[in-house]
Design a protein around this ligand. Structure first.
Ligand code: NG1
Ligand code: ZN
Length: 536
């Protein structure tokens, strides 16, 4: 697994030059799959060091999420199921960037630097998505972890959130059993119990049926496994896009960016409630065919991460009232975290109607998760459908572990276990959304009308030669470099009503992203186009 001997899953040597450098980005290392064997090998070694340092389980996830099937990637997961500690991202980058000749010295230096405590609990837990390069990379990971003699657990083909969940479960046995079954039953059992103590309103328009676009990824087999534990009278799921080309014309990212129906969804058929996963099932997007005079139109109406976040926060706040009424002195702090991509309407609604000041952080789950963890109940969602709710120890003590007769508080405790608090999880989030819709007796129409309406928005990917020349500030909403561009953006934005726009370099693809909002669809598209010209 050296750079010189880097061998692809088809058995060809694909040497990596000494001067080719890589960096641990928002999604770990993510490239064409042929580059990955030596990277995964070295990352698993770094994971084993981290495991020894903390005497804990550390996760390695092999996936490239919504990217095409020829890509793959690897990211590491810290003991509580969180993203890897930042200093260790730097270590991982250093180890991967060492030449073959430099590697032994780099490794010795690192081994000297970290102090190793007791080691009997140290292990590397590794999962992969459905890509055909996965098994070869799993072998590379096993070999990497073996260098330092750390136990290796191959948990097979899993969604990214299942891997995060398993890592936490290995380290906190009370949390759940660290197996596929442990994950399925913890979530499904909480969903069923929550169902039992939720009374659907008499005039309910809720439909217990969802059509799910699995992006031809890991969501198909694993969500089927989870649903085996939930009677179809409680929730019926129809699966689409299970085994064709991964992420091709489908999946949460496709639906979000194109605002179109994914492959195999028809605008004319009666498909009232649909949802889309991404390739590794950590993103969830609800959608339905957009009402249109043109029966051929493939336009989708999105119920994205922002809509999901607002739905969930509305529910949590309502359940929490009981607690606040009985103990007015001891409040649980409820917060909501978004990024600049959140629809302006959602941010305004949260601020003005819910009376909560949303926290805006830079793109990347790490930033959202961190900010949400400051609260007793921290809700975070990216507009693209990646998000969850995190709970503090105080919440755990007061709401989960204190027996109560209060139905709202019992519901809140169960809801907090349906959610996968380690990371955004398409399966858990879908069950959480269904539980809330049923609680309110809401149809998709209700969900669309009773909260807020999106302002028209557009996202454009602009390919660039070197995205590193773009530097931002103000939670990525202002460009400081190249000098002068921000002025041009401001001039364009000022031409439209209710407009907002920003340009930032992607952390995962060699593109910059243009995001724009304005009063009408036409103006939004125009603004987007003119901003695209600014970058080109
Ligand atoms: P970049 O490529 O940095 O915009 C994308 C998503 C992030 C996050 C990461 C990791 C958007 C606009 N960006 O990041 O939210 O999900 O991928 O997968 O959706
Ligand atoms: Zn993903």
């Amino acid at each position: 697994y050296s750079r010189a001997g880097n061998t692809t899953h088809s058995g060809n040597v694909h040497a990596i030059q000494d001067d080719e450098k890589f960096s641990y980005g928002t999604a770990g290392f993510r490239f064409k799959s042929e580059k990955l064997p030596f990277i995964v090998f070295r990352c698993a070694y770094v994971a084993s060091l981290r495991a020894r340092q903390l005497n804990s389980a550390i996760g390695v996830m092999i996936t490239a999420s919504h990217n095409p099937s020829c890509d793959n990637g690897v990211k590491l997961v810290d003991p509580s199921g969180d993203m890897l500690n930042e200093q260790w991202e730097i270590y991982a980058t250093e180890v991967v960037n060492a030449t073959d000749a430099e590697l032994p010295a780099a490794v010795r230096a690192l081994e000297k630097q970290i102090s190793v405590g007791k080691t009997q609990l140290s292990r590397v837990v590794c999962g992969m998505d459905t890509r055909c390069s996965g098994p070869c990379l799993m072998n590379a990971a096993r070999a990497g972890a073996a260098l330092f003699n750390v136990q290796f657990d191959d948990i097979g083909v899993v969604s990214t959130p299942m891997l995060h969940y398993a890592v936490k479960a290995f380290n906190e046995p009370k949390f759940a059993e660290p197996t596929h079954d442990g994950y399925y039953s913890a979530i499904a059992d909480s969903f069923k119990k929550l169902y039992e103590i939720t009374e659907e309103p008499k005039d309910s328009r809720y439909q217990p049926k969802v059509i799910v676009d699995c992006a031809n990824g890991v969501g198909a087999p694993r969500f089927r496994n989870l649903l085996e534990r939930i009677p179809s009278s409680l929730l019926e799921v129809e699966f689409r896009n299970e085994s064709e080309e991964l992420n091709q014309g489908c999946g949460a990212d496709f639906v979000k960016i194109s605002q179109k129906l994914p492959a195999n969804f028809s605008p004319t058929a009666a498909e009232p409630k649909c949802a889309s996963f991404d390739g590794d099932a950590d993103r969830l997007m609800y959608f339905r065919a957009k009402a249109s005079e043109n029966s051929e139109s493939n336009d989708a109406e999105l119920f994205d991460g922002d809509k999901i976040a607002v739905l969930i926060v509305t529910y949590i706040r309502e359940q929490l009232k009981d607690y606040e009424n009985s103990t007015p002195m001891e409040r649980l702090r409820l917060g909501i975290v978004q990024t600049a991509y959140a629809n302006g309407s959602s941010t305004r609604y949260i601020r003005e109607k819910l009376g909560i000041e949303p926290i805006i952080v830079p793109t990347g789950v790490k930033h959202l998760h961190e900010a949400a963890s400051e609260f007793d109940i921290g809700i975070y969602f990216e507009a693209n459908g990646h998000g969850t709710v995190v709970f503090s120890e105080i919440f755990d003590r007061i709401i989960r572990r204190t027996p109560t007769e209060s139905l709202p508080l019992r519901r809140l405790a169960l809801f907090s276990r349906v959610i996968n608090e380690t990371v955004g999880d398409a399966f858990a989030d879908l069950l959480a959304v269904e539980a809330v819709l049923r609680h309110y007796g809401w149809s998709m129409d209700d969900w669309a009308e009773k909260l807020y309406r999106d302002v028209p928005n557009v996202q454009i990917k602009v390919p660039v030669i070197d995205r590193s020349i773009f530097k931002t500030t103000n939670a990525e909403q202002t460009l400081v470099k190249p000098v002068g561009i921000q002025k041009m953006i401001d001039t364009d934005v000022a031409k439209y009503n209710n407009s907002r726009a920003f340009i930032r370099p992607s952390g995962t693809e060699n593109i910059v992203r243009v995001y724009a909002e304005a009063d009408t669809v036409e103006n939004t598209l125009q603004l987007g186009k003119s901003l695209e010209q600014v970058v080109l």
